[in-house]
Design a protein around this ligand. Structure first.
Ligand code: ATP
Ligand code: MG
Ligand code: MG
Length: 682
């Protein structure tokens, strides 16, 4: 793995680990199981991070930064990164996006499976908790149902310089708030008629603290929870709860969430103490005692369980079931040895959030010492890259309006697009590393930095091949008809381990149209016929002979159709006579008899303009009309054996990839990944 650069996130994690402050020891995770329990209670401190996309589109190159940071930090510090789908917004989300996101994160080289456990989560699985916490806020006077219209709410929000105005609904009683909020939940009120707002401060200089909405009504079917809910938490409320329930120690996100951090902290600080009632502490102690009784003899133990139940007044089914699960385990490392029981305990609690008695709260904390964590958010700068649009809305439009060939169109800045274009995971990870992590504002990275990163990677990895994109016939008049020779060429000039291949050579070849000119520009060193009739300059055919053009044929338009040349038999590459004729240029070729016809898709940038998103014009009108060209070329026969997604350098033409969808040995299709040199956009 590449050496890692230090950055402020790394430094702060190092400091946190040093302090042991926010990093759970022993074990943690919901319902993220715990495999390290086998290592005992001296388990080292671990960090937990999460990558939380909303499954409402495909991931793009910007997301790669968030993935590399969240998964990368967890990996580097021996912690865990959770894959979490932030699916709190039904209607725009779909399982198709979920699948693609999972596949893409894996493709980039990361995993949320740790020690055989699966740290894959859906925010929607916490809806019950979120609802319960909203009720807690109401009960403690920190939330109210607001029935102002959206316009009124907006108007009363104030501005950056003017404080906001209190809603007339701000001082409703707890009872009324609970009643109306439950009516919202029960579908008694239409969409948009009211919202639940946190009660903070309408005069706060931070507009995000002016009583933000935390729940809204939405009659939409959710892809995971169906029609179970018609109210949904707002992202700002949901996120800290998700982090906390999952015991995320470092919630790493982009700078635009900086203004939300005070609310993030506010929410967790309000909810955590709410769980720590005196009754709760007492219950927790009794449950712990009870759990410690597991080593007692059976009847004594059962008697003790009964005694404890009586003392706690445990009567409800979930409490009894919970007590029994706990009773089977020790208090020191509770439930640690039994992931199934631990899951069962959590599921039980999950099913009874509405009747979340102090006993259950306490049980939860026995099950998970870090049940409700004060997670912390830290922000880093977004990745901004020129010559693309990254907003999901715009990317969706490009796909829906058929302006590109789907999400994985090789011109798209989506990760599936870049993959199809021939980008390797390494090239993307290296690019992200190069782009840097900082706390200061968002800077722009030139698109060519991304391309360069691919070049650097493919230069080392890609086997060399010859392919002719714009074929022109070359006939070697003095080469015997019906003869075929096999030329040997190395697969990589700097890496002999990559071996050699044979390329058939015979009298008729294809060369690149641009390698012959009747009217050459100054300094042209390739094939030409001097106008004064003097002998033409010799040129080497890569891995074969030196040739000298002698004449050409043209069609009625004056276009050259065939070039005739003669070869110097003693100049075969690698032979002792190779240097007996001087050649100033080397060109590539393929043998006309054996070459494979291939479809070659030459892609350029989708936008030639550096900042299409900041242009006044509709971005759809700014698309580069020449960003895709389909050529009928010829490639050397060895390429029939290429595998889908295999990368090559077509000598002198660039890096190409066998299309991962359309390529077959019978119908080879290659995509231009990147040119050999940076030619500013092409
Ligand atoms: P939308 O376009 O719908 O606002 P989004 O771009 O914020 O969505 P999410 O799915 O919410 O996408 O993003 C998941 C994570 O990826 C978030 O934590 C977000 O901060 C991060 N992310 C998105 N774009 C970038 C970017 N350009 N650079 C770095 N991280 C990004
Ligand atoms: Mg988002
Ligand atoms: Mg976005």
């Amino acid at each position: 793995t590449a050496p890692v650069n230090s950055n402020f996130i790394r430094t702060l994690i190092e400091e946190d680990i040093e302090k042991g402050a926010t990093v759970p020891r022993k074990w943690c995770g919901h319902p993220a199981p715990y495999s390290e329990q086998v290592k005992g209670v001296d388990d080292p401190a671990r960090i937990r991070t999460r990558f939380p996309p909303e499954p409402n589109g495909y991931l793009h190159i910007g997301h790669a930064k968030s993935i590399c940071i969240n998964f990368g930090m967890a990996r580097d510090f021996g912690g865990y990164a959770h894959m979490r789908f932030d699916d709190t917004n039904p209607g725009k989300e779909s399982p198709e996006y979920v699948e693609s996101i999972k596949e893409t994160v894996k493709w980039l080289g990361f995993s949320w499976e740790h020690n055989g456990e699966n740290d894959l989560f859906f925010a929607s699985s916490y809806f019950k908790w979120m609802y319960q916490f909203a009720e807690y806020l109401i009960r403690t006077g920190y939330a109210y149902v607001d029935e102002q219209t959206q316009d009124e709410m907006r108007a009363n929000r104030g501005t950056l310089t003017e404080p906001g105005k209190d809603s007339p609904f701000r001082n409703r009683s707890v009872e009324e708030n609970l009643r109306v909020f439950r009516e919202m939940r029960d579908g008694k009120h239409p969409e948009g008629s009211m919202v639940l707002r946190a009660k903070i401060d309408m005069a706060s200089p931070n507009v995000n603290l002016r009583d933000p909405a935390i729940y809204r009504i939405r009659f939409a079917e959710h892809q995971e929870t169906g029609n179970e809910w018609c109210i949904y938490p707002m992202y700002t409320f949901a996120h800290p709860i998700e982090d906390s329930l999952e015991n995320i120690t470092h919630s790493l996100c982009t700078l635009e969430f900086e203004d939300q951090r005070p609310f993030y902290d506010w929410a967790l600080e309000r909810i955590v103490p709410e769980l720590r009632t005196p009754q709760y502490e007492e219950a927790k102690q009794i449950l712990k005692d009870m759990a410690e009784g597991r080593d007692d003899r059976a009847d004594a133990f059962l008697a003790r369980v009964e005694e404890s139940k009586a003392k706690l007044g445990i009567t409800s089914d979930p409490e009894v079931a919970m007590a029994e699960i706990l009773a089977r385990h020790g208090a020191e490392s509770p439930l640690a040895a039994d992931a199934a029981d631990r899951k069962a305990a959590f599921a039980l609690l999950n099913d009874h959030t509405e009747n979340f008695t102090p006993v259950l709260q306490a049980a939860l904390d026995v099950v998970r010492p870090n049940f409700f964590m004060l997670s912390h958010q830290h922000e880093f700068n977004r990745l901004n890259i020129t010559n693309v649009v990254l907003s999901k809305r715009k990317l969706i439009t490009l796909v829906k309006e058929g302006l590109v060939d789907g999400w994985d169109d090789p011109r798209m800045p989506t990760l599936v697009g870049l993959r199809r274009r021939g980008y390797t995971p390494e090239s993307i990870r290296n690019f992200v590393e190069k782009s840097g992590v900082s706390k200061t504002s968002n800077s722009w990275i030139d698109y060519s930095v991304l391309e360069n990163s691919l070049r650097e990677d493919l230069d080392q990895k890609a086997a060399r091949r010859m392919a002719v994109l714009h074929p022109l016939k070359l006939v070697i008049d003095n080469y015997p008809e019906n003869q075929t020779e096999l030329m040997e060429a190395s697969n990589h000039p700097k890496n002999p381990d990559m071996g050699v291949r044979s390329i058939p050579f015979s009298r008729e070849l294809w060369i690149e149209e641009s390698d012959f000119s009747l009217d050459p520009p100054k300094g042209y060193k390739r094939l030409t016929l001097p106008k004064d009739g003097s002998p033409a300059k010799p040129v080497r055919l890569r891995a074969a002979y030196i040739i000298q053009p002698v004449s050409c044929e043209t069609d009625e338009n004056g276009r050259v159709t065939v070039v005739h040349a003669q070869y110097f038999p003693e100049t075969k590459s690698g032979s002792t006579g190779a240097d007996t004729v001087k050649a100033k240029a080397t060109i590539h070729w393929v043998d006309a008899k054996t070459a494979l016809p291939a479809e070659i898709r030459v892609y350029g940038r989708l936008f030639e303009m550096e900042h299409p998103e900041s242009s006044e014009a509709d971005y759809r009108t700014l698309l580069n009309p020449n960003s895709k060209e389909i050529l009928k070329g010829y490639v050397e026969p060895a390429l029939a054996e290429a595998k889908k997604d295999e990368k090559f350098q077509f000598e002198r033409n660039g890096y190409f990839v066998a299309d991962r969808v359309d390529f077959t040995g019978e119908h080879p299709v290659f995509n231009l990944s990147v040119t050999l040199r940076d030619s500013k956009g092409k």
